[in-house]
Design a protein around this ligand. Sequence first.
Ligand code: AQP
Length: 328
Amino acid sequence: MTRVLSCIQPTGEVHLGNYLGALRTWVAGQHDKDVFHGIVDLHALTVTDQSGVLGDSTLKLAAMLFAVGLDPDVATVFVQSHVPEHSQLGWVMECTVSYGELSRMTQFKDKTSKLEGQFISAGLFTYPALQAGDILLYDTNEVPVGDDQRQHIEITRDIAIRFNHRFGDTFVIPEAVTPAAGARVMDLQDPTSKMSKSTVTESGCVMMLDDPSVIMKKFKRAVTDSDSEVRYDVAAKPGVSSLLDILAAATGRTPSDVAADYTQYGPLKNDTGEAVVALLEPIRQRYTDLIADRAELARLLQVGSERARAVASATLDRAYDAIGLLRA
Ligand code: AQP
């Protein structure tokens, strides 16, 4: 059976980009594939400097993952720090990737360009090595992610191939899988930048828990283009194309097909807002029920983490044996 792994960081609230780019695909795959989904709290440390925040964010994110439809009976939902093999293989990965390869990661450049003059953790630089460990620990075939993560899956493949070449066949070589529509949801106020938790403009990012009236307001205020033609052309008309992308992803159509229904921006903004509200409202209601029982969420995460650990520890053993470390 195809093994799937993809993770999400407990940093800030989950947004529409996370949902359309990743979470929705996770849910769609859970019945035909063997799926593992981690809440990667150790990755979140790269941008966390406050005590007492991450545990709460982890529980809230678990509630969101079950609210979008992950079924704990079939999907293994776990917490990265509950599976120590992630940190252990992460170090092996750091020693298998080069400084030059890490220096070429565009996400590192993007994130640090926003932090000029501030503290930049070394973890932000080595993050792709820990992520490679996350993926390789589970003999993963497919990694369903948004477009922004493609480069990180590429470097994971390079690291796995290098390790296998040095120490013998150990890791499965994974592949990135991105959705046909919604792979890169753009900021509604800056349609040339991806929608992001750390976005500068709050009104450009649609949160999963936004009230319907807030969602409609954000779409009504979305930046469009200077002329008034509705056409799907990402380079020439990024604002309108971004709305068409979202409406297409929300309704299961293609952006060009959706464009043919509109001659004006107003109705396009309104219909996109309504389609997103229809998509998110049931999730928001399920989230409210789930977050009311934190003990049950913690229990589900413990069960998932035990299942994850059984797989991860066998792979780590295999990697240590392949290297030829003296075993205790
Ligand atoms: N705008 C997006 N469009 C499509 N997919 C997206 N993803 C993130 N943003 C978009 C996908 O969501 C999954 C989980 O992401 P993450 O936890 O790694 O978060 P991130 O990439 O750090 O997301 P943010 O919100 O953009 O955070 P910051 O502001 O910290 O950079 C991944 O599969 C990702 O591709």
